[in-house]
Design a binder for this molecule. Structure first.
Ligand code: FAD
Length: 334
């Protein structure tokens, strides 16, 4: 991923799309068809496949990553968490990823480590050894990947423009509190930072500035990719922003409140809002290189496609594995 980003012109924009593995075979088949369409019509620079905390989705995540990387030829970034998971499971995931030709891992902590008495033996490998004590924070996984695989994997880490919250800390952690740990993760070998979702563009712009100007100097050129979640429904928006402690700026809340009884209107206004956010960031948060945008798709297609079209993020069709008839169809669809 970092090499693909570096190969773009310095003022270029790019985007990535995130998917989670569906639970059922039918859900998987539906996503397969949708991914094929999205791969050809939207052409993301890369796609992300999520990982269930503790390894709960390991087989399904790897199956989805195999589909995106191998069958669809999309540069894939596999998420991998490290807490509450045996080292064996971490090793198997990394080996399998390598065999599939995957070169990118988003190294995450996942849920806070459970103490011994709360250890869940239903999680694969949890009862086999206590090697999961090797992994307390995401930085432990970054170091482990570098130790085992050198530079084979491009490694991404998570950033939090509005601070971080979870059950391990009674209080919300501020950006300032989080920063030394992000420095540590970056020094340990991270190649890019991908952020938690947010709707407060000013918070992201402040965050990026803080990082770029940080005295450690480690964030000067590293890609910092903002995480954006298209508005799929009023309820989902309220739930996800509450869970992630993302601020909903008054103006955005007012525009959505005005139409909250009308699902189609919520989606329409959501596309307007996200498109405006992207346009603002293109100019207000210019990075030292190409500027990327990461979309949490929730496996849905329409809203993100509209935002990408509106903001001219879809790259021209250059490299094709499709027949000419299909290309014509794709171009029409765009
Ligand atoms: P860390 O970097 O380890 O930080 C966790 C917290 O601990 C922070 O508050 C930090 O300040 C603090 N901390 C870090 N190091 C230390 C230290 N040495 N001493 C004291 N405190 C420390 N979760 C999933 O389960 N699956 C996914 O696929 C997934 N994808 C994600 C994608 C993105 C882009 C993001 C932003 C998050 C994702 N998450 C996912 C959620 C993530 O696992 C949680 O937010 C988790 O609580 C923290 O993970 P981290 O990698 O940021 O952890």
């Amino acid at each position: 991923i970092h090499e693909k980003i570096a190969a773009l012109p310095p003022n270029a924009n790019y985007f990535s799309l995130e998917f989670f593995p569906p639970k059922t075979a039918q859900g998987f088949a539906n996503l397969h068809a949708r991914l094929e369409r999205m791969a050809h019509s939207l052409r993301p620079l890369f796609v992300n496949v999520t990982w269930g905390a503790g390894g709960s989705t390991s087989d399904k995540s790897l199956a989805l990553a195999e589909l995106t990387q191998r069958s669809l030829g999309l540069t894939t970034c596999l998420h991998l968490t490290c807490t509450n998971m045996s080292r064996k499971l971490v090793d198997e995931a990394l080996e399998k990823a390598k065999k599939l030709g995957i070169r990118n891992i988003l190294a995450l902590r996942g849920d806070p480590p459970r103490s011994e008495e709360y250890r869940d033996d239903s999680i694969p490998g949890a009862d086999e050894d206590d090697s999961n004590k090797d992994f307390t924070w995401a930085v432990d996984l970054v170091k482990y990947i570098r130790k085992q695989y050198g530079d084979y994997f491009c490694v991404g880490v998570a950033g939090y423009p509005e601070g971080h919250s979870d059950q391990s800390h009674p209080e919300h952690q501020s950006v300032e509190h989080d920063l030394p740990y992000l420095v540590e993760k970056t020094k340990a070998g991270a190649d890019f930072i991908m952020t938690q979702l947010f709707y407060d563009v000013n918070a992201f712009v402040r965050y990026e500035k803080t990082l770029r100007e940080h005295e450690s100097g480690v964030f000067k050129t590293i890609p910092i990719i903002p995480g954006l979640m298209p508005v799929q429904s009023y309820q989902i928006l309220r739930r996800t922003t509450k869970l992630s402690h993302a601020n909903l700026p008054e103006d955005i809340l007012r525009r959505l409140d005005e139409v909250k009884g009308d699902d189609d209107a919520v989606k329409r206004v959501g596309v307007d809002i996200l498109s405006e956010m992207v346009e603002t960031m293109k100019t207000a948060a210019p990075g030292p290189g190409p500027k990327g945008f990461h979309f949490y798709t929730l496996n849905l297609e329409k809203a993100v496609a509209k935002i990408l079209e509106r903001t001219n993020l879809i790259p021209p069709y250059k490299h094709t594995v499709l027949g000419a008839d299909k290309i014509a169809g794709v171009e029409q669809a765009i």
